[in-house]
Ligand binder design. Structure first.
Ligand SMILES: Nc1ncnc2c1ncn2[C@@H]1O[C@H](COP(=O)(O)OP(=O)(O)O)[C@@H](O)[C@H]1O
Length: 295
């Protein structure tokens, strides 16, 4: 965790020199094997720091959640983070928090996000670094990352500085996914996510029936719901959008698949059906029972 912060801090310290070092860092990470990149001059991560990495048994989990927007990554990642006592860090939330501030970065981010583009690695590392630092100061350990890494380059840099124990790839039938994406709303006051779509698909052609109740907002949020600009565009191009997304995420999935860390999980329905099955495949049923018993 400390090594991650050192890297992110180095990337985040600002100025032209850092931008150059960040570029060098990322190109090294893509062009060479990570260990060679770390050993090369200029990489802000020393070989001995690798030796101080704590084994998985000595620290909290370090997991990554992958999945198409709307699949429910945030919901399951945040439930698991509460169960395991680790922070759920969603880079999309970090970006949205930054958007509520005033200044040139917020203006720059608004333009990028509204166009549905990815924010630069430098900005993302900067935001993540600040978040990790804040967590470290509050005694956090371990994490569940959601929305990061989004590219192989980001995955390689992450790999360079810390060990990811497991990557959970959540999947959902595409027609259901598109419907869920279109039902997404955000309260423009509290920032919470909701979903107005009620999915009730009959089982056919060998596919199981899926029921997913809407995630409705409380009354005080109802009049403040907004549809993200990007979602308005998806409503015209929903299917094309998800296809593009699948294509873009594949290299990151392949990256972790090759490392033997990828766990594919097909969501069988809404939370009541999916949560117990997810706990089962993650071997966490006992953990939940203990937690419920202690509550
Ligand atoms: N790892 C990342 N790399 C680059 N940009 C990111 C990353 N994570 C989030 N963002 C930016 O923040 C926006 C919102 O993120 P997120 O909530 O994950 O969005 P969605 O799942 O709707 O694409 C993204 O559209 C993107 O511009």
């Amino acid at each position: 965790m400390a090594a991650v912060q050192r890297l992110f801090r180095a990337a985040a310290s600002g100025g032209a020199a850092t931008a150059a070092s960040m570029r060098r860092m990322t190109s090294l990470a893509t062009e060479q094997a990570p260990s060679a990149a770390a050993a090369s001059t200029g990489f802000p991560f020393k070989a001995e720091e690798k030796l101080t990495r704590r084994s998985a048994a000595e620290r909290n989990v370090q997991w990554v959640f992958l999945g198409c927007p709307g699949v429910g990554k945030g919901t399951y990642a945040s439930r698991l983070s509460r169960l395991l006592g680790v922070p759920h860090i969603a880079t999309g939330d970090l970006v949205r928090d930054e958007l509520t501030s005033i200044g040139p970065l917020a203006t720059q981010l608004a333009e990028i996000v509204n166009q549905g583009k990815l924010v630069s690695d430098e900005i993302i590392f900067n935001l993540l670094s600040k978040r990790l630092k804040k967590g470290e100061d509050q005694g956090e350990s371990g994490f569940i990352l959601d929305g990061f890494p989004r590219t192989v380059k980001q995955a390689e840099i992450l790999d360079e500085v810390t060990d990811i124990d497991m990557v959970v790839n959540l999947k959902l039938r595409e027609d259901v996914l598109v419907e869920k994406c279109l039902g997404r709303r955000i309260c423009n006051q509290c920032g919470k996510n909701f979903n107005l779509a009620c999915i009730d698909v009959k089982g056919e052609n060998g596919l199981p029936a899926i029921y997913m109740a809407p995630l409705l907002p409380p009354n005080n949020c109802m009049s403040k719901l907004i549809t993200l600009t990007i979602l308005k565009r998806w409503s015209e191009t929903g299917l094309r959008y998800t296809m593009t997304w699948y294509g873009a995420s594949q290299p990151v999935e392949d990256f972790y698949q090759k490392q033997g860390k990828l766990l594919e999980f097909d969501l069988p329905g809404g939370i009541p059906e999916s949560w117990p099955k997810l706990l089962h495949v993650l071997n966490l049923e006992d953990q939940e029972e203990l937690k419920l018993a202690a509550a």
